[in-house]
Design a protein around this ligand. Structure first.
Ligand code: SAM
Length: 266
Protein backbone atom coordinates (compact mmCIF):
# COMPACT_ATOMS: atom_id res chain seq x y z
CA UNK A 1 0.00 0.00 0.00
CA UNK A 2 1.44 3.35 -1.00
CA UNK A 3 0.68 6.56 0.82
CA UNK A 4 -0.11 9.77 -1.10
CA UNK A 5 0.20 13.18 0.51
CA UNK A 6 -1.21 16.54 -0.51
CA UNK A 7 -0.48 20.15 0.44
CA UNK A 8 -1.69 21.07 3.89
CA UNK A 9 -4.25 23.85 3.76
CA UNK A 10 -4.36 25.61 7.14
CA UNK A 11 -7.95 26.75 6.70
CA UNK A 12 -9.07 23.09 6.77
CA UNK A 13 -7.61 22.47 10.23
CA UNK A 14 -5.97 19.21 11.33
CA UNK A 15 -9.15 17.14 11.87
CA UNK A 16 -9.18 14.53 9.09
CA UNK A 17 -12.92 14.12 8.60
CA UNK A 18 -13.59 17.88 8.74
CA UNK A 19 -10.91 18.38 6.07
CA UNK A 20 -12.45 15.67 3.85
CA UNK A 21 -15.87 17.25 4.24
CA UNK A 22 -14.75 20.78 3.39
CA UNK A 23 -12.64 19.56 0.45
CA UNK A 24 -15.55 17.65 -1.13
CA UNK A 25 -18.13 20.34 -0.41
CA UNK A 26 -15.88 22.80 -2.27
CA UNK A 27 -15.44 20.39 -5.20
CA UNK A 28 -19.19 19.80 -5.56
CA UNK A 29 -19.99 23.52 -5.25
CA UNK A 30 -17.41 24.32 -7.94
CA UNK A 31 -19.28 21.88 -10.20
CA UNK A 32 -22.60 23.65 -9.58
CA UNK A 33 -23.91 21.22 -6.91
CA UNK A 34 -26.47 18.44 -7.49
CA UNK A 35 -28.28 18.73 -10.82
CA UNK A 36 -30.08 15.40 -11.04
CA UNK A 37 -28.12 14.35 -14.12
CA UNK A 38 -28.68 10.70 -13.30
CA UNK A 39 -28.40 9.41 -16.88
CA UNK A 40 -24.70 10.19 -17.01
CA UNK A 41 -23.88 7.27 -14.68
CA UNK A 42 -24.62 4.91 -17.59
CA UNK A 43 -21.43 6.06 -19.31
CA UNK A 44 -19.27 5.18 -16.29
CA UNK A 45 -17.08 2.06 -16.26
CA UNK A 46 -18.29 1.35 -12.73
CA UNK A 47 -21.85 1.15 -14.09
CA UNK A 48 -20.87 -1.30 -16.82
CA UNK A 49 -19.31 -3.58 -14.20
CA UNK A 50 -21.97 -3.29 -11.47
CA UNK A 51 -25.24 -3.20 -13.43
CA UNK A 52 -25.11 -6.81 -14.76
CA UNK A 53 -25.08 -7.99 -11.12
CA UNK A 54 -27.74 -5.56 -9.85
CA UNK A 55 -30.25 -6.12 -12.62
CA UNK A 56 -30.46 -9.77 -11.59
CA UNK A 57 -31.67 -8.74 -8.10
CA UNK A 58 -35.43 -8.72 -7.46
CA UNK A 59 -36.93 -5.21 -7.74
CA UNK A 60 -37.11 -3.60 -4.31
CA UNK A 61 -33.67 -4.89 -3.24
CA UNK A 62 -32.01 -2.32 -0.96
CA UNK A 63 -28.76 -0.64 -2.02
CA UNK A 64 -26.34 1.77 -0.33
CA UNK A 65 -24.10 4.34 -2.04
CA UNK A 66 -21.27 5.13 0.41
CA UNK A 67 -20.02 8.62 -0.50
CA UNK A 68 -22.84 9.49 -2.91
CA UNK A 69 -21.56 12.98 -3.86
CA UNK A 70 -24.01 14.61 -6.28
CA UNK A 71 -26.46 11.72 -5.86
CA UNK A 72 -26.75 10.66 -9.52
CA UNK A 73 -26.33 6.92 -8.77
CA UNK A 74 -28.97 7.06 -6.03
CA UNK A 75 -31.48 8.78 -8.33
CA UNK A 76 -30.90 6.43 -11.25
CA UNK A 77 -30.99 3.17 -9.29
CA UNK A 78 -34.02 4.22 -7.22
CA UNK A 79 -35.92 5.08 -10.42
CA UNK A 80 -34.84 1.71 -11.87
CA UNK A 81 -36.67 -0.05 -8.99
CA UNK A 82 -33.79 -0.50 -6.50
CA UNK A 83 -34.35 1.78 -3.49
CA UNK A 84 -30.91 3.24 -2.77
CA UNK A 85 -29.75 5.29 0.20
CA UNK A 86 -27.11 7.94 -0.54
CA UNK A 87 -24.79 8.51 2.41
CA UNK A 88 -22.25 11.32 2.37
CA UNK A 89 -20.17 13.32 4.82
CA UNK A 90 -20.84 16.63 3.02
CA UNK A 91 -23.71 18.22 4.98
CA UNK A 92 -24.24 21.01 2.44
CA UNK A 93 -24.48 18.59 -0.51
CA UNK A 94 -26.90 16.26 1.30
CA UNK A 95 -29.07 19.24 2.39
CA UNK A 96 -29.39 20.31 -1.27
CA UNK A 97 -30.16 16.76 -2.42
CA UNK A 98 -32.90 16.38 0.21
CA UNK A 99 -34.44 19.69 -0.83
CA UNK A 100 -34.33 18.88 -4.56
CA UNK A 101 -35.37 15.21 -4.32
CA UNK A 102 -37.57 14.81 -1.22
CA UNK A 103 -38.81 11.37 -2.37
CA UNK A 104 -35.29 9.88 -2.55
CA UNK A 105 -33.21 8.77 0.47
CA UNK A 106 -30.15 10.82 1.33
CA UNK A 107 -28.41 10.99 4.71
CA UNK A 108 -25.36 12.64 6.26
CA UNK A 109 -22.98 10.13 7.79
CA UNK A 110 -19.52 8.58 7.98
CA UNK A 111 -19.10 5.29 6.11
CA UNK A 112 -16.99 3.97 9.02
CA UNK A 113 -19.96 4.20 11.44
CA UNK A 114 -23.14 4.39 9.38
CA UNK A 115 -25.70 3.74 12.11
CA UNK A 116 -27.55 1.19 9.90
CA UNK A 117 -28.62 -2.12 11.44
CA UNK A 118 -26.74 -5.37 10.80
CA UNK A 119 -27.67 -7.14 7.53
CA UNK A 120 -29.48 -4.11 6.03
CA UNK A 121 -28.45 -4.05 2.35
CA UNK A 122 -28.47 -6.37 -0.65
CA UNK A 123 -25.59 -4.42 -2.20
CA UNK A 124 -23.24 -1.64 -1.15
CA UNK A 125 -21.17 0.38 -3.61
CA UNK A 126 -18.61 3.09 -2.99
CA UNK A 127 -16.41 4.86 -5.53
CA UNK A 128 -13.12 6.47 -4.51
CA UNK A 129 -13.94 6.90 -0.82
CA UNK A 130 -12.60 3.92 1.22
CA UNK A 131 -8.97 5.03 0.72
CA UNK A 132 -9.10 8.41 2.45
CA UNK A 133 -8.60 7.34 6.10
CA UNK A 134 -5.08 7.46 7.47
CA UNK A 135 -5.98 4.74 10.02
CA UNK A 136 -6.45 2.36 7.06
CA UNK A 137 -9.26 0.16 5.76
CA UNK A 138 -10.27 -1.94 8.80
CA UNK A 139 -13.08 0.31 10.14
CA UNK A 140 -14.67 0.99 6.76
CA UNK A 141 -14.48 -2.61 5.48
CA UNK A 142 -15.74 -4.19 8.74
CA UNK A 143 -18.66 -1.71 8.73
CA UNK A 144 -19.48 -2.69 5.13
CA UNK A 145 -19.45 -6.37 6.12
CA UNK A 146 -21.72 -5.72 9.12
CA UNK A 147 -24.45 -3.82 7.23
CA UNK A 148 -24.59 -6.12 4.18
CA UNK A 149 -27.06 -8.99 4.27
CA UNK A 150 -25.53 -12.50 4.09
CA UNK A 151 -25.00 -13.08 0.37
CA UNK A 152 -24.92 -9.29 -0.25
CA UNK A 153 -22.49 -7.72 -2.72
CA UNK A 154 -19.84 -5.06 -2.18
CA UNK A 155 -18.51 -2.97 -5.10
CA UNK A 156 -15.60 -0.74 -4.11
CA UNK A 157 -13.10 1.29 -6.09
CA UNK A 158 -9.78 2.71 -4.86
CA UNK A 159 -6.73 4.32 -6.50
CA UNK A 160 -4.49 1.78 -8.26
CA UNK A 161 -0.80 1.46 -7.43
CA UNK A 162 -0.03 0.86 -11.10
CA UNK A 163 3.38 0.17 -12.65
CA UNK A 164 3.96 3.85 -13.43
CA UNK A 165 3.64 4.72 -9.72
CA UNK A 166 5.73 1.72 -8.65
CA UNK A 167 8.55 2.61 -11.10
CA UNK A 168 8.44 6.28 -10.17
CA UNK A 169 8.73 5.42 -6.46
CA UNK A 170 11.51 2.86 -7.05
CA UNK A 171 13.69 4.91 -9.39
CA UNK A 172 12.70 8.52 -10.01
CA UNK A 173 11.87 9.56 -6.46
CA UNK A 174 15.28 8.27 -5.31
CA UNK A 175 17.29 10.39 -7.73
CA UNK A 176 15.18 13.57 -7.59
CA UNK A 177 16.24 16.41 -5.36
CA UNK A 178 14.04 16.46 -2.25
CA UNK A 179 11.15 18.91 -2.69
CA UNK A 180 11.13 22.05 -0.60
CA UNK A 181 9.76 21.31 2.83
CA UNK A 182 6.15 22.39 2.35
CA UNK A 183 3.67 21.12 4.93
CA UNK A 184 1.65 18.20 3.60
CA UNK A 185 -1.03 15.92 5.02
CA UNK A 186 -2.17 12.37 4.35
CA UNK A 187 -4.39 12.21 1.27
CA UNK A 188 -5.06 8.57 0.30
CA UNK A 189 -3.87 4.99 0.10
CA UNK A 190 -3.02 3.57 -3.32
CA UNK A 191 -3.31 -0.23 -3.68
CA UNK A 192 -2.41 -3.11 -5.95
CA UNK A 193 -5.16 -5.52 -6.94
CA UNK A 194 -3.72 -8.16 -4.61
CA UNK A 195 -3.67 -5.74 -1.68
CA UNK A 196 -7.32 -4.77 -2.12
CA UNK A 197 -8.35 -8.43 -2.47
CA UNK A 198 -6.39 -9.34 0.69
CA UNK A 199 -7.96 -6.56 2.77
CA UNK A 200 -11.48 -7.61 1.74
CA UNK A 201 -10.78 -11.32 2.31
CA UNK A 202 -9.30 -10.58 5.76
CA UNK A 203 -12.66 -9.09 6.77
CA UNK A 204 -14.62 -12.14 5.63
CA UNK A 205 -15.53 -11.22 2.04
CA UNK A 206 -15.28 -13.70 -0.83
CA UNK A 207 -13.61 -11.68 -3.60
CA UNK A 208 -15.03 -12.32 -7.03
CA UNK A 209 -12.92 -9.98 -9.15
CA UNK A 210 -10.66 -6.90 -9.01
CA UNK A 211 -10.72 -4.94 -12.29
CA UNK A 212 -8.44 -2.14 -13.49
CA UNK A 213 -10.45 0.88 -14.64
CA UNK A 214 -10.06 4.54 -15.68
CA UNK A 215 -7.24 4.30 -18.20
CA UNK A 216 -8.00 7.71 -19.68
CA UNK A 217 -7.74 9.44 -16.29
CA UNK A 218 -4.42 7.61 -15.73
CA UNK A 219 -3.03 8.96 -18.99
CA UNK A 220 -4.26 12.47 -18.27
CA UNK A 221 -2.56 12.38 -14.87
CA UNK A 222 0.67 11.12 -16.45
CA UNK A 223 0.56 13.98 -18.98
CA UNK A 224 -0.10 16.46 -16.20
CA UNK A 225 2.39 15.16 -13.62
CA UNK A 226 5.26 14.02 -15.86
CA UNK A 227 4.96 16.25 -18.93
CA UNK A 228 3.44 19.25 -17.13
CA UNK A 229 0.53 19.55 -19.59
CA UNK A 230 -2.50 21.54 -18.46
CA UNK A 231 -5.16 18.94 -17.45
CA UNK A 232 -7.96 21.24 -18.65
CA UNK A 233 -6.48 21.80 -22.14
CA UNK A 234 -8.06 20.21 -25.21
CA UNK A 235 -4.66 18.76 -26.19
CA UNK A 236 -4.41 16.82 -22.91
CA UNK A 237 -8.00 15.62 -23.25
CA UNK A 238 -7.50 14.55 -26.90
CA UNK A 239 -4.27 12.71 -26.04
CA UNK A 240 -6.11 10.93 -23.22
CA UNK A 241 -8.81 9.74 -25.63
CA UNK A 242 -6.33 8.68 -28.35
CA UNK A 243 -3.79 6.92 -26.12
CA UNK A 244 -6.06 5.13 -23.67
CA UNK A 245 -6.95 2.15 -25.91
CA UNK A 246 -3.21 1.58 -26.51
CA UNK A 247 -1.79 1.91 -23.00
CA UNK A 248 -1.59 -1.28 -20.88
CA UNK A 249 -3.94 -1.10 -17.90
CA UNK A 250 -1.28 -2.44 -15.52
CA UNK A 251 0.88 0.57 -16.30
CA UNK A 252 -1.66 3.34 -16.49
CA UNK A 253 -5.14 2.49 -15.09
CA UNK A 254 -6.00 5.05 -12.41
CA UNK A 255 -8.39 2.98 -10.25
CA UNK A 256 -9.26 -0.60 -9.36
CA UNK A 257 -12.76 -1.91 -8.67
CA UNK A 258 -13.39 -4.98 -6.52
CA UNK A 259 -16.55 -7.08 -6.54
CA UNK A 260 -16.91 -9.10 -3.33
CA UNK A 261 -19.63 -11.07 -1.55
CA UNK A 262 -20.48 -11.49 2.11
CA UNK A 263 -20.83 -15.27 2.42
CA UNK A 264 -24.43 -16.47 2.71
CA UNK A 265 -23.78 -18.38 5.91
CA UNK A 266 -21.05 -17.96 8.50
C1 SAM B 1 -14.81 10.41 -5.12
S1 SAM B 1 -16.31 11.11 -4.51
C2 SAM B 1 -17.46 9.97 -5.17
C3 SAM B 1 -18.77 10.61 -5.53
C4 SAM B 1 -19.77 9.74 -6.29
N1 SAM B 1 -19.98 8.45 -5.62
C5 SAM B 1 -19.34 9.51 -7.72
O1 SAM B 1 -18.81 8.44 -8.03
O2 SAM B 1 -19.50 10.42 -8.51
C6 SAM B 1 -16.21 10.73 -2.81
C7 SAM B 1 -17.43 11.16 -1.96
O3 SAM B 1 -17.31 10.53 -0.68
C8 SAM B 1 -17.67 11.45 0.34
N2 SAM B 1 -16.99 11.01 1.57
C9 SAM B 1 -15.69 11.13 1.88
N3 SAM B 1 -15.44 10.59 3.08
C10 SAM B 1 -16.63 10.11 3.54
C11 SAM B 1 -17.02 9.44 4.73
N4 SAM B 1 -16.15 9.15 5.69
N5 SAM B 1 -18.31 9.06 4.85
C12 SAM B 1 -19.22 9.35 3.88
N6 SAM B 1 -18.90 10.00 2.74
C13 SAM B 1 -17.62 10.37 2.57
C14 SAM B 1 -17.22 12.80 -0.20
O4 SAM B 1 -17.93 13.86 0.42
C15 SAM B 1 -17.54 12.65 -1.70
O5 SAM B 1 -18.83 13.11 -1.99
Amino acid sequence: MRRDERAYDETEGRDEIAAIESQWTRIWEAQGGPQGRAERIRRREEFRIMWPYIRQFPKGSRLLDGGCGLGDWVLWLTRAGYPTIGLDISKATIAKLKQMFPDTSFAVGDIRATGFSDDSFDAYFSWGTFEHFEEGFAPVVSEAFRILKPGGLLFVSTPFDNLRHALRATFLDRVRLPPQAKPTRFYQWRLTRGELATILARHGFAVDDVRMIHRRQGIQRFLQQNLRLDPASNVTKALGVMLSPLAPKRVIAHMILAVARKPASR
